[in-house]
Design a protein around this ligand. Structure first.
Ligand code: NI
Length: 135
């Protein structure tokens, strides 16, 4: 088994807020991340594909192709957007890094042309990241 990873970055805003809870409870849980108008991050997304090497090309998946898949199904939809309002596939989701990783996984899992999606990582800052492996 071989693994190939593509990194992409995007800028987006979000607000961590659960509409089922009071303002006070939201502030208790999310602190300043719940502030009404949201806040921004430069997110880093890492998508890892696993599989066997194609004997003809020596590739698992052509990284140009992986880049294009990630851009089409994720980056073009989330870059410079407000994740609470602007993105169809994030409707009704509290846009934490955890929930973003799962939502991005669901967008990508059937789109990988060679090998299988193995992991989706979302970095909100250099020091914090979340990883989802589909289970
Ligand atoms: Ni945030």
């Amino acid at each position: 088994m071989i693994y190939v990873t593509r990194r992409e970055v995007f800028a987006a805003s979000h607000r961590l807020y659960n509409p089922k809870l009071s303002e006070a409870e939201n502030f208790e849980i999310y602190d300043k991340c719940s502030s009404p108008n949201g806040h921004g991050h430069n997110f880093t997304l890492e998508v890892m594909v696993a599989g066997e090497i194609d004997k003809k090309t020596g590739y698992l998946i052509d990284l140009k192709e992986l880049k294009n898949i990630i851009r089409k199904y994720i980056i073009d939809k989330v870059d410079h957007k407000h994740l609470n309002f602007d993105v169809e596939f994030l409707r009704g989701i509290i846009p934490t890094a955890e929930n973003l990783a799962i939502a991005f996984w669901d967008q990508l899992k059937d789109k990988i042309t060679n090998g299988k999606l193995y992991s989706v990582k979302i970095y909100e800052t250099e020091n914090n990241y979340t990883e989802y492996r589909g289970e």
